[in-house]
Design a protein around this ligand. Structure first.
Ligand SMILES: [Fe+2]
Length: 208
């Protein structure tokens, strides 16, 4: 692949734990395929599409579907960004789960009454996502509110102005090898992995 002057390639970030670090809640096989095939695929495809776009701009390609290329590029760049957040939002070896403390814990208590009510609403939103997508907790700086949202695909139904505090991957590749069609069981298991320190750190960056 030809280097594009001044443009850094996307790179697969290191997985923050070993492939079996999320067991028993998410199996080694799932993490292996999810990280080494899916996430890596988004990174590689993003780089290939940028190269293709560069060729189009230089008029080396005479016939193209520019909308398709841009849409695909958005999908793959977001795929990299969202998965990078997703891996970090889980903690290995029994260090995840429980309840958030700090500013995030306070905000959840203020807005939702208590953590269990928030967990119920986030789980309901996750279970309502009709197909491939994500459940996210975002922060609306304009109104100083946490917001539970669902993202369809990699980019629909989410405002870029509302940064992500916590994210859950709901694509079938995230759970099917272990949970088959029982996505609610995967979501229930995921709560045991949530890295609240990471979520608190992201909220701190947003509130700076
Ligand atoms: Fe995924």
């Amino acid at each position: 692949m030809e280097e594009i002057k001044g443009l850094r390639k996307y790179e697969l970030p290191p997985l923050p734990y070993k492939l079996d670090g999320l067991e028993p809640y998410i199996s080694k096989d799932i993490v292996d395929v999810h990280y080494n095939a899916h996430h890596k695929g988004y990174v590689n495809t993003a780089n290939n599409l940028i190269e293709r776009l560069n060729g189009i701009i230089k008029e080396e390609v005479k016939s193209y579907d520019i909308h398709g290329v841009l849409r695909n590029l958005t999908f793959n760049i977001n795929g990299d960004k969202l998965h990078t957040l997703y891996w970090k939002d889980m903690a290995p070896e029994g260090k995840g789960g429980g309840k958030p403390g700090g500013k995030l814990g306070d905000l959840i208590d203020q807005q939702y009454g208590n953590f269990d009510k928030f967990k119920k609403l986030f789980t309901e939103a996750s279970n309502s996502n009709p197909g491939t997508g994500w459940a996210v907790l975002t922060y609306d700086k304009e109104n100083s509110n946490l917001q539970i949202m669902t993202v369809e695909n990699h980019f629909m139904n989410h405002l870029a102005e509302m940064p992500i505090v916590l994210i859950l991957d709901e694509f079938e590749h995230a759970y099917y090898l272990q949970y088959k069609n029982k996505r609610p069981d995967y979501i229930t298991a995921w709560w045991n992995l949530v890295n609240w320190d990471e979520a608190e750190s992201k909220l701190g960056e947003i509130l700076k």
